[in-house]
Design a protein around this ligand. Structure first.
Ligand SMILES: *Cc1c(COP(=O)(O)O)cnc(C)c1O
Length: 379
């Protein structure tokens, strides 16, 4: 089955009892048992819910993994994965990892004795050099946020195997439509489903896919024990979003390519980061491990002009988040990455003049005209 078919016909489709074509919202907490202790597979909705199960089956199939798990947010999903580790363990993270993941690692996990080191995972030698005797996992994002650096999935997978580490990939930016890390050796893939998977700026959710049964069982145990599950209504909304994932990702990418091409030629733009540009450092690698370059672009302008530029735009909503049908624009240093100390931000290249665009699916000519009039207005 091709991906565009799988998003429609994969997982659990419809409802056998009524013939309903869409999986119903099972808005229910408990289930009648035939006899005490004998149930139909569902006993209590924290443990399992049919609408959530349909979503979990779908994401597992899309990522080519063993089993899927849905959580109340991307951060709840990442936290559940982190609970696979123990006090004294050490985890390597991509250096410009999502700000919330950085905060979790540096402010929460550290407090309970799980250590973290942040390295530029786009350089495999740096990854190898950062491994300690107590390292248990490598957690990466590719592309990264907001600089869109690309990490070699197969190479990091080899390093993980050689050192007996779990290889965890946050696949939020490319989604299973463009990139399948499990096929390249990842053990766990996770998503902020709030972004492209949902796609409409109306749900907060997180997903995890385990590559094998053993990890799947451990994660189900953690999900059921800690309880950060996604509710049935939001699970249904994500299932609905997934049906158009293929169409949306292609539309996001087309618009992003046009915006990147426009920005790179613009005299007021100092730097453009988009993996689809032949000049991007990770371009060749991205071509070998993903089937698209995605809808995220970052670029740099004069920092004094950032506010007036944003205020002139009509179709780019100034907002956190990404991956929605409407184009969104943000200033990482003041928004998504504000929790990262300034010295670290500058080290990473997240300057005050850096702007991030999440290309929506509007008509590209409206988006380009909008950017153009805003640049003209700030002269
Ligand atoms: C947004 C995001 C998260 C966190 O997800 P929430 O749904 O906001 O909790 C994690 N990783 C990446 C790459 C993200 O963009």
């Amino acid at each position: 089955m091709k991906k565009k078919t799988k998003v429609i016909h994969g997982g659990i489709t419809g409802d056998d009892r009524t013939g309903a074509v869409s999986v119903p919202v099972y808005q229910v907490s408990t289930y009648k048992q035939q006899k005490a202790g004998q149930h139909s597979g569902y006993e209590y909705s924290r443990t399992g819910n049919p609408t959530r199960a349909a979503l979990e089956t779908m994401i597992a199939e899309l990522e080519g993994g063993h089993s899927g798990f849905a959580f109340g947010s991307g951060m709840a999903a990442i936290t559940a994965v982190m609970l696979l580790f123990d006090r004294g363990d050490h985890i390597l993270f991509t250096d410009d990892v999502y700000g919330g993941t950085y905060r979790l690692a540096s402010k929460v996990l550290q407090r309970i004795g799980i250590e973290a080191t942040f390295v530029d995972t786009s350089d495999p030698e740096k990854v190898e050099a950062a491994i300690q005797p107590n390292t248990k996992a490598i957690f990466i994002e590719t592309p990264t946020n907001p600089l869109l650096k690309i990490t070699d999935l197969q190479r990091v997978s080899q390093i993980s195997v050689q050192n007996h580490l779990l290889f965890i990939v946050d696949n939020t930016f490319y989604t299973p439509y463009f990139q399948n890390p499990i096929q390249l050796g990842a053990d766990l893939v996770l998503h902020s489903a709030t972004k492209y998977i949902g796609g409409h700026s109306d749900v907060v959710g997180g997903l995890v896919v385990a590559a094998n049964k053993e990890l799947g069982e451990k994660l189900h145990f953690i999900q059921n024990s800690t309880g950060g599950i996604l509710g049935p209504q939001d699970s249904w909304l994500l299932l609905r979003g997934i049906k158009t994932l293929g169409l949306r990702m292609e539309a996001h990418e087309k618009n992003a390519e046009k915006i990147a091409a426009y920005l790179i030629d613009h005299p007021q733009v100092k730097q453009v980061y988009y993996p689809g540009l032949a000049t991007h450092t990770g371009h060749e690698l991205a071509k070998t491990q993903s089937s698209g370059f995605g809808g995220m672009i970052s670029f740099e302008i004069d920092e004094e002009k950032v506010d007036s530029f944003l205020s002139k735009l009509t179709f780019f909503v100034v907002a956190e988040s990404l991956g929605a049908v409407e184009s969104l624009i943000s200033v990482p240093s003041r928004m998504t990455h504000a929790s990262i100390p300034i010295e670290r931000r500058l080290e990473l290249g997240i300057t005050e003049g850096l702007i991030r665009i999440s290309a929506g699916i509007e008509d590209s000519s409206d988006l380009l005209e909008d950017l153009d009039q805003a640049f003209k207005a700030i002269g």
